[in-house]
Design a binder for this molecule. Structure first.
Ligand SMILES: [Zn+2]
Length: 182
């Protein structure tokens, strides 16, 4: 496995809609290697999610994981060609960061819960509901597949802060999930 280079805001791949992963590609060793490398890259960079365009690949694929221990631990998910259906309800604002926009944090409204129809890494269809922090990660990563960055979703850019200042003036001593970017 290998840690891949993460592209940063300004690279055109982050603004281009990604293409569905072809079924033929999913059967190949190269796809399995890409998934493994994305997982390793996410872990190496201390992120909770990583989408294929962030490593320069224009495919509809992302991985997410919140390592434990802790109540917010989320097992590794590999999400291929997803379709999201938000559940009705008021959007919830919380802090987000992004591995492709290093060092910034901002308040982003997201749906509290979404239904996901997707393929797993072996091409098997699956359908599940995610809520809370996992729903936030899924929406953030799915946006990457459409060329959308979290800055585009912010209602008010005045909450934008560099990590050190955010940690000092916004977070105080309490921990936050936004310690780790997506
Ligand atoms: Zn991101």
């Amino acid at each position: 496995m290998a840690v891949l280079e993460i592209v940063r805001m300004g690279h055109p791949v982050l603004r281009a809609p990604a293409a569905p992963v072809p079924a033929s590609a999913m059967r190949g060793a190269a796809f399995a290697r890409l998934v493994d490398d994305m997982v390793e890259t996410m872990r190496a960079e201390g992120g909770v999610g990583l989408a294929a365009p962030q490593v320069g690949i224009g495919w509809r694929l992302f991985v997410l994981e919140v390592s434990g221990p802790g109540p917010e631990a989320i097992p590794l998910r590999v999400v291929v060609n997803p379709e999201l259906t938000p559940e009705p309800g008021e959007p919830v604002e919380d802090w987000e960061g992004c591995l492709s926009i290093p060092d910034l944090r901002g308040l982003v409204p997201r749906h509290h819960a979404v239904r996901v129809r997707a393929l797993d890494r072996h091409g098997a269809p699956s359908e599940y509901r995610v809520e809370g922090f996992e729903a936030r990660i899924v929406q953030h990563e799915n946006d990457h597949l459409d060329g959308v960055l979290f800055l585009d979703r912010m209602r008010d850019l005045r909450s934008l802060a560099f990590y050190d200042e955010w940690h000092r003036y916004v977070l105080g001593s309490a921990g936050s999930r936004a310690e780790r970017p997506e």
